[in-house]
Design a protein around this ligand. Structure first.
Ligand code: CA
Length: 228
């Protein structure tokens, strides 16, 4: 999951960023409204966490403009405790949720997960495809019911592919979701990571890997017939 965090207060930005990274999220941080808006409109994120009072464009103006442009990325607003007016305006402008400051980062993470489930209609904690099972709560992957032992990054990559079996993802798409937009492009980190995952899978069981390479395009998770 890759999240855009637009928050000017360094202390909050740092603890949220840190909590997100521990959770395995990829975070793109931004401390002013103008840059935040540019990123939000030009890049694809799983969710945006948006402060209201910002230098440059304020959060409500960013939200309103995004929705006018037809960009429906889920947005969680960070609001001051007593600003009922901001919360109402935010929800009317198309915010998906809000959290009043001060807050626990665990609650923010739980709300992001809840939003994702709402957006994707996906309420499963386990994604199963053929011999493959991904346990999102414990962040474990099983191949033929044996743990594959993936790193956080490897887990994020396979989760990203597995959420849309059969869909082909380009290296750039995978890179932005799993490494973030600031990661140097034109590197072969995606291929290297896929290679490592395949190797780990084959160590557990020598069946054919469910990750397919699509020549000249990228990768996809093989669509398995769930009721053979
Ligand atoms: Ca602020």
């Amino acid at each position: 999951m890759n999240i855009l965090l637009i928050e000017d207060e360094k202390r909050i930005r740092d603890f949220v960023c840190c909590g997100f990274r521990e959770q395995g999220f990829v975070v793109d941080c931004c401390d002013n409204g103008d840059e935040g808006f540019q990123k939000a409109r030009s890049r694809e994120y799983s969710a945006i966490v948006l402060d209201i009072m910002l230098p440059g464009r304020d959060g409500l103006s960013i939200l309103g403009s995004l929705r006018k442009l037809g960009i429906n990325t889920p947005v969680i607003l960070l609001t001051a405790r007593n600003e009922l007016g901001d919360r109402i305006e935010g929800l009317n402008l198309g915010a998906d949720d809000y959290l009043a400051k001060p807050f626990f980062v665990e609650e923010l993470i739980a709300r992001i997960h809840a939003l994702q489930r709402r957006v994707t209609g996906d309420r499963q904690n386990n994604i199963v495809s053929g011999n493959f099972r991904l346990d999102r709560i414990h962040r474990e992957v099983y191949w033929c019911e044996q743990s594959v032992g993936l790193t956080g990054r490897e887990f994020n990559l396979i989760e990203y592919l597995m959420r849309s079996p059969g869909r082909v993802f380009t290296r750039t798409q995978i890179m932005s979701h799993v490494w973030g937009y600031d990661f140097a492009p034109n590197t072969n980190v995606v291929d290297v990571c896929i290679k490592r995952i395949r190797k780990k899978i084959s160590l557990v069981n020598d069946d054919e890997s469910p990750i397919e390479s699509i020549r000249g395009v990228g990768y996809r998770f093989k669509k398995c017939d769930m009721n053979p």
